[in-house]
Write a protein that binds this ligand. Sequence first.
Ligand SMILES: *Cc1c(COP(=O)(O)O)cnc(C)c1O
Length: 387
Amino acid sequence: MSRKNTMIPFNAPHPTGQETRYIAEAIRIGKLSGNGEFTKRCQGFFEARYGFSKCLLTASCTDALEMCAMLAGIAPGDEVIVPSYTFVSTALAFVRQGAKIVFADSRADHPNIDAGTIEALITPRTKAIVPMHYAGAACDMGEIMRIAEKRGLLVIEDAAQALDSLYVGREDEEPRALGGIGHMSAFSFHDTKNITCGEGGMIAINDGRFAARAETVWEKGTNRADFLRGKVSKYGWVDCGSSFLPSEITAAFLLAQLERLDDIQAKRLQIYSAYLEGLSPMAERGAFAMSALPSYATNNAHMFYIVCNSLEERGGLIERLKERGIGSAFHYQSLHKSEFYRGKHDGRELANCDRFSDCLVRLPMFYDLTIEDVGRVCREVGGYYGN
Ligand SMILES: *Cc1c(COP(=O)(O)O)cnc(C)c1O
């Protein structure tokens, strides 16, 4: 079907067709609360495919990050190093535990945290570093893990956008799945992510020291997991926690998506390539900057973005695309300048973060976007830049 004159939305979820069958199966099984058959199958999928040692589904990535903050034992007075160019939850989860957030700048050539600036931010109160893999492209994990090890810090990966992407590393390093490198990590299955169940997430525990406690925190601070294994005769309240489990309906939906992961990723990569082909000539002429992939990263086609030359130029582009029926989006408002945090920030300028905040624009990117649609978006971008 031609979409010549129709709207091209910025994002649209892609049901694979099996979701309702699995949800019906969950209803037939008759257990709709969390930690059932479908939850276990999803968790098993991630553990087998990516080598994560323990996975627990959560109701959101925000929840998974909150679990990470609790498991890391973050307490008032602790400092946590977080990029300023990220979604609120990356910082919020630690703020809830009373942490002071020390914001780090982005790299000049990529929105990811600039690992070279981290050591100067460490104080005796620093407990953790929270790299966020923007657009699914790996942060400099070799360097970040070296710093963390040397200074005795925990690394918690915000892998919300990073499903099915690798840190390839340098010659002396083994390629590893993002989310499997830090001590623990958090994934998102929100509507806007590659794989979705509407709202959903997952914590991956890579350091075995946190595995048993993760189950307790996940289950409202009870030792229900030990009870289910027959290790204790009744379960009770043993620790802090919350209700972090999603229902089996959510897990059933998610499993249907996971079974199509390879197809979904292949299609998204095709769309990404079509954008590259369409927009590279303009970027090479210097009209705008393109997504740069660090040499140690792979691309999971989570998003396609360009970086304009100014806030005004970006505003004009978004307006132009909107007039032509094309959805686009900008983000993130620098967290260190947010209404909530600006009074608490130490006043350092984070110039790269601010530039991405002002100039970055995301173009439509979703499974059902056709190559013709991509062509239309590229032509409209070209039109705006006088091509
Ligand atoms: C989407 C996203 C989140 C939040 O995910 P939810 O599942 O909506 O809680 C957190 N961090 C980053 C970087 C994200 O992109």
